[in-house]
Ligand binder design. Structure first.
Ligand SMILES: CCCCCCCCCC(=O)SCCNC(=O)CCNC(=O)[C@H](O)C(C)(C)COP(=O)(O)OP(=O)(O)OC[C@H]1O[C@@H](n2cnc3c(N)ncnc32)[C@H](O)[C@@H]1OP(=O)(O)O
Length: 237
């Protein structure tokens, strides 16, 4: 049974949850998505490609979820924003969005074969407005030989702070992301991305985060971000 905070967080994700597969019900917006592959697989559950350490951390966080203080967030290949009914004004009004290509859209972090790209699981603490992401990056995320690409790290930071903003603010977009890369992260290592909602001012949500080694001895990266709740009356053009 979900606790109250779990229900609230998962309710917030319903509006713009990370990758809920598109609705199967027919309708005008559903026609855009008719040719896509629909996968209901929750990628936040252990897979064969997860290392022993990743599984250990998963088990530790799942233990913390037992009293309801932490929530295990699901993740799917599709983001609900692909459902045009979630963005009625933007998608239908903008001439810039290719409606055919939209049906092939897939969440960037879920676009690699298992184990080669982004493997991660996120846990949310409602009382502390924190999300911890346990991230195991694969060999296709290489930048300098032997280390992760900075863009791959930025992607996972954006995904984690973004999820924190979504849980609190609903439909948001990244307006600003500042990253200090302090140490290179060895390729294929597992790191913790710790994000914190710092404040909300009107439509603006400020979220900070750091990336640490699992033993917390190495601070790899620090970041601050600004997310803006979308004004659904405005158009993208
Ligand atoms: C695993 C994955 C899970 C899912 C997580 C997904 C995370 C990924 C999210 C993304 O990557 S989104 C993609 C990257 N972001 C974009 O493409 C956004 C592009 N920018 C925009 O579309 C608009 O600038 C934006 C929607 C962010 C804001 O436009 P609005 O017209 O809604 O806002 P407006 O200009 O009215 O500004 C609202 C407030 O925000 C402030 N603001 C907006 N942009 C700002 C900025 N860049 N820096 C500082 N402040 C900014 C602005 O000053 C104002 O402050 P005040 O209310 O105090 O007056």
């Amino acid at each position: 049974m979900l606790g109250r905070c779990a229900a609230r967080a998962l309710g917030a994700l319903r509006g713009l949850r990370e990758g809920a597969p598109p609705a199967r019900s027919p309708g005008p917006s559903r026609r855009l998505l008719s040719s896509e592959k629909v996968s209901d697989e929750n990628h936040s559950l252990p897979k064969p490609c997860w290392s022993k350490d990743m599984r250990l951390l998963f088990d530790q966080f799942m233990k913390k979820c037992e009293d309801g203080s932490w929530i295990h967030l699901p993740s799917y290949e599709y983001i609900a924003t692909q459902r045009s009914q979630d963005f009625p004004t933007f998608i239908h009004a903008s001439e810039l969005i290719n409606k055919e290509k939209l049906s092939q859209g897939r969440l960037f972090t879920k676009s690699f074969e298992d184990g080669l790209g982004f493997e991660y699981v996120m846990f949310y603490n409602d009382a502390e407005k924190r999300i911890v992401c346990v991230f195991q990056g694969g060999p296709h995320l290489q930048g300098m030989p032997g280390f992760f690409h900075g863009g791959a790290i930025a992607t996972m930071i954006d995904a984690t702070v973004g999820m924190n903003a979504i849980v609190s603010g609903g439909i948001v977009m990244t307006a600003n992301l500042n990253i200090d890369f302090k140490r290179p992260i060895p390729l294929c290592s597992i790191v913790l991305i710790n994000s914190q909602l710092d404040k909300i001012e009107g439509r603006k949500l400020f979220v900070s985060c750091n990336v640490q080694s699992v033993d917390k001895k190495i601070l790899y990266t620090e970041a601050t971000s600004l997310f803006v709740k979308l004004d659904l009356e405005k158009k993208f053009d």
